[in-house]
Design a protein around this ligand. Structure first.
Ligand code: S3P
Length: 427
C-alpha cells in the first residue's frame, strides 16, 4: 500500500491520541499476571500491542474488549499456561524483551519469535542477565530470536546494564518478581520508568535510588484499573507539523508527560518551539497533560549522548525538524538507533537525502544543516513505523506530492494517523 501526501498549509484543531504504546504493553502484561480482574482504558490500538495481547492469549489469559476498554482476567504470577505453539511478537521489541522476563520465571518451556526485523535485533542483552538468574535461554547464534526459554526457580542478581535500555531493565525487573531474593538493576543513564511506576501500582515492592532500581520477589500482583495516557511519541509527529507549518494552532489532549519521556518537549522549547503544557495531572502514577502548540521558527539543536536515551523514539522526527531549523544540528551518541525496527540513522539519512536535505550520516549520529526547502520524493519506511510517520510529516512541509511506500508500516504504533492528519491539516 502506498500513500500520496500533498503539502499542508497549516494545522488547526484539538485532538486526542491513542494510548501510549509502552504503557499499553505493560498494562496488558502486568494485568495478565495479576490476581483478579482489571480494566484498561485507552489502550493503544497499534499492531505491536495486538501482538502482546495475542501472546498472552496463547499463554491462557482471557480478555474482553469493547469500544472503550479491555477487561483482563489475571491468572496470577504463576498461572500462565504452556503455549501449544511458538509465541509470535510480530515487530515488537518491547513484547519479546519484557515477556521473556516473565517466561523465565515460569515452570514450562516456551519459544518466542517475531518478524524478520525482530529476528535480527540483539537479544544477548536479555539472554545474559536471564541466564545469570538461572533461566536457560537458547537463541539462534546465541543472539537472535527465536528464543527458547526454559523457566526456572530464579536467583536475584545485582546487574549493571551494559546498554541503555528500558526494555532490558524491565525484562530483568519482571524476572526479579520470580526470584529467591531481591534483584537490583543499575543503569548507565535513565530510561523510561513505566515498569517501575506500574509495578508499584500493582503492589510490587520497587525501590529506586538514583540509577539503581531494586525489586523484591512478589507473592502476588493485585489487578488494577488503568487509564493509558496518550502517546507522547505519537504526539511528536503532530507537534512537529504544528511547529513547522505557519499559522498553526493545535491542542493535543491527555498526553503522557512522564519525566523520563518528556525531554522531547524541553528540547524543542529550548530551540524555539511555541509549546505550552497545561492541565498537568497524575493518573495511575503517570503524569498527563494537554499540549498547546503553535508554529514557531526553530534554531539548530544539539542532541548528545546525555539526552539520546530520553528522546530515543523521537530522533527521526527531530531530524526532520532539524532540516527546517537555522544552523547545524548535530545528533551524536545515538548508535542504538541502528538496532531499532530499522537502522534508523540509515533510514533517516536515505529519505532526507532523497528530499534534498543537507545531511551527513556518522557512525553514531547525524549532522543536518538547515534550513532547506524539502522536495517531494518517493519515501521508504523500511518497515519501520517511526520512519513512515516522520516522513509523512516531512511530506507535509515539502514542495510537491510525496509518496510513502508501504505506508501500512505505520499501523505498528498509529493506525489512525492518516485520519487524524486529514482532520487537522489544511491544504
Ligand atoms: C521501549 C523502550 C525503548 C523504545 C521502545 C519502547 C519500552 O527501547 O525505543 O520503542 O517500552 O520499554 P530500548 O529501551 O530498548 O531503547
Amino acid at each position: 500500500m502506498h500513500k500520496l501526501i500533498e503539502p499542508g498549509s497549516r494545522v488547526r484543531g484539538s485532538i486526542k491520541l491513542p494510548g501510549d504504546k509502552s504503557i499499553s504493553h505493560r498494562a496488558l502484561m502486568f494485568s495478565a499476571i495479576a490476581s483478579g480482574t482489571g480494566r484498561i482504558e485507552n489502550l493503544s490500538n497499534g499492531m505491536d500491542v495486538h501482538s502482546t495481547m495475542a501472546c498472552l492469549e496463547q499463554l491462557g489469559v482471557k480478555f474482553e474488549k469493547d469500544e472503550t476498554q479491555v477487561v483482563v482476567h489475571g491468572v496470577g504470577l504463576r498461572g500462565l499456561q504452556k503455549p501449544s505453539q511458538k509465541l509470535d511478537v510480530g515487530n515488537s521489541g518491547t513484547t519479546i524483551r519484557l515477556l521473556a522476563g516473565i517466561l523465565a520465571g515460569q515452570s514450562f518451556q516456551s519459544v518466542i519469535t517475531g518478524d524478520e526485523s525482530i529476528r535480527t535485533r540483539p537479544m544477548r542483552r536479555i539472554i545474559a542477565p536471564l541466564s545469570a538468574m538461572g533461566a536457560q535461554v537458547v537463541a539462534s547464534q546465541d543472539e537472535y530470536a527465536p528464543l527458547q526459554i526454559q523457566g526456572n526457580q530464579l536467583q536475584g542478581i545485582h546487574y549493571r546494564l551494559p546498554v541503555v535500555s528500558a526494555q532490558v531493565k524491565s525484562c530483568i525487573l519482571l524476572a526479579g518478581l520470580y526470584a529467591d531474593r531481591q534483584t537490583t538493576v543499575e543503569e548507565i543513564a535513565p530510561t523510561r520508568d513505566h515498569t517501575e511506576l506500574m509495578l508499584s501500582k500493582f503492589g510490587a515492592s520497587v525501590h529506586k535510588e538514583a540509577l539503581k532500581i531494586t525489586v523484591q520477589p512478589a507473592e502476588t500482583l493485585t489487578a488494577q484499573d488503568i487509564f493509558v495516557p496518550g502517546d507522547l511519541s505519537s504526539a511528536a509527529f503532530f507537534i512537529a507539523a504544528a511547529t513547522l507549518l505557519q499559522n498553526s494552532d493545535l491542542v493535543i489532549r491527555n498526553v503522557g508527560i512522564n519525566p523520563t519521556r518528556k525531554a522531547f518537549l524541553s528540547l524543542l522549547c529550548d530551540f524555539g518551539a511555541d509549546l505550552e503544557i497545561i492541565n498537568v495531572r497524575t493518573v495511575d502514577n503517570e503524569l498527563m497533560a494537554d499540549l498547546h502548540v503553535c508554529s514557531a521558527p526553530l534554531q539548530a539543536m544539539s542532541i548528545g549522548a546525555d539526552i539520546v536515551s530520553q528522546v530515543i523514539d523521537e530522533i527521526p522526527i527531530l531530524a526532520v525538524m532539524a532540516t527546517q531549523a537555522t544552523g547545524r544540528t548535530e545528533i551524536s551518541g545515538a548508535g542504538e538507533l541502528r538496532l531499532k525496527e530499522s537502522d534508523r540513522l540509515r533510514s533517516i539519512a536515505f529519505n532526507l537525502q532523497r528530499m534534498g536535505a543537507e545531511i551527513e550520516e556518522k557512525k553514531d549520529g547525524l549532522v543536518i544543516q538547515g534550513p532547506v526547502r524539502l522536495k517531494a520524493a518517493e519515501l521508504e519506511p523500511f518497515g519501520d513505523h517511526r520512519i513512515g510517520l516522520s516522513f509523512s510529516i516531512a511530506a507535509l512541509i515539502a514542495e510537491g506530492v510525496s509518496k510513502i511506500k508501504n505506508s501500512q508500516s505505520i499501523d505498528i504504533s498509529y493506525p489512525d494517523f492518516f485520519d487524524t492528519m486529514d482532520e487537522i491539516v489544511e491544504r
